[in-house]
Design a protein around this ligand. Structure first.
Ligand code: KIV
Length: 254
């Protein structure tokens, strides 16, 4: 496709049974490379805080940090649809604050959509953003910004009642107007059931192959951030070894 992808293109992929490939990205050179490869959606994830900035979790990430990464990615002029993560406490306080901050991601960052974590509890925020023409990707299941409530990065929805609640979250974010939903860290049977129930695309991470698409953190698939890499991630390259070899050769030649 020679033009930029839109949320309608991504939604049509579900209708056509085409899988959606989403990857995180935080910088200009990586955005150029992955866009040339034809990735469908680029997510400027708040995982940037962990894999780029070295924070312990995503909670310290600020709006300014997310805007910095979003602008860097947008300078690559990607054809992929670009969604930017709303960091912790940028959308939870009240609707006015959520609208102001989400608006900055489009106006100052240049993203086409935002992603926010939460289900039934956050559906009114999703509706308020969609109402002012800010497309939203929802994110349910294992939501990393809820690490303290969850007591760690644990698979969610393993028990019947918990699974039903996640299904309710999925329906609530769709009804609120989200154009897609990330399903993170839930059993594959539950993810497949949600995918069949919803009309919007589901993008899985640690949720099995039954979703409409998949998303992974670029540093994980490149083998660049071993400390935090989850077990389900397939590593497609060993970039840490590549960098180490190049730097060692440079040092010895100097
Ligand atoms: O921040 C992030 O990178 C994410 C994806 C892993 C879905 O939320």
């Amino acid at each position: 496709m020679s033009r930029k992808k839109t949320i309608l293109d991504i939604q049509k992929m579900k209708v056509d049974g085409e899988k959606i490939a989403m990857l995180t990205c935080y910088d200009y050179p990586t955005a150029r490379i992955m866009d040339a490869c034809g990735v469908d959606v680029i997510l400027i994830g708040d995982s940037a805080g962990v894999v780029v900035a070295g924070y312990e979790n995503t909670l310290p990430v600020t709006m300014d940090e997310m805007l910095y990464h979003t602008r860097a990615v947008m300078r690559a002029n990607p054809k992929a649809l670009v969604a930017a993560d709303m960091p912790f406490m940028s959308y939870q306080i009240d609707i006015a604050d959520a609208r102001r901050n989400a608006g900055r991601m489009l106006k100052e960052g240049g993203a086409a959509a935002v992603k926010i974590e939460g289900g039934v509890n956050i559906a009114p925020v999703i509706a308020a953003l969609v109402e002012i023409d800010i497309p939203v990707v929802a994110h349910i299941g294992l939501t990393p910004q809820s690490i303290h409530r969850m007591g760690g990065y644990k698979v969610q929805g393993k028990k019947g009642e918990q699974a039903e609640r996640i299904l309710e979250d999925a329906v609530a974010v769709q009804n609120a107007g989200a154009f897609a939903v990330v399903l993170e860290g839930i059993p594959q049977g539950l993810a497949a059931r949600i995918t069949e129930t919803l009309t919007i695309p589901t993008i899985g991470i640690g949720a099995g192959a039954g979703c409409d698409g998949q998303v992974l953190v670029i540093h994980d698939i490149l083998g660049l951030c071993e400390k935090y890499s989850p077990k389900f991630v397939k590593r497609y390259a060993d970039a840490a070894a590549l960098i180490s070899g190049a730097v060692t050769s440079y040092i010895s030649e100097v």
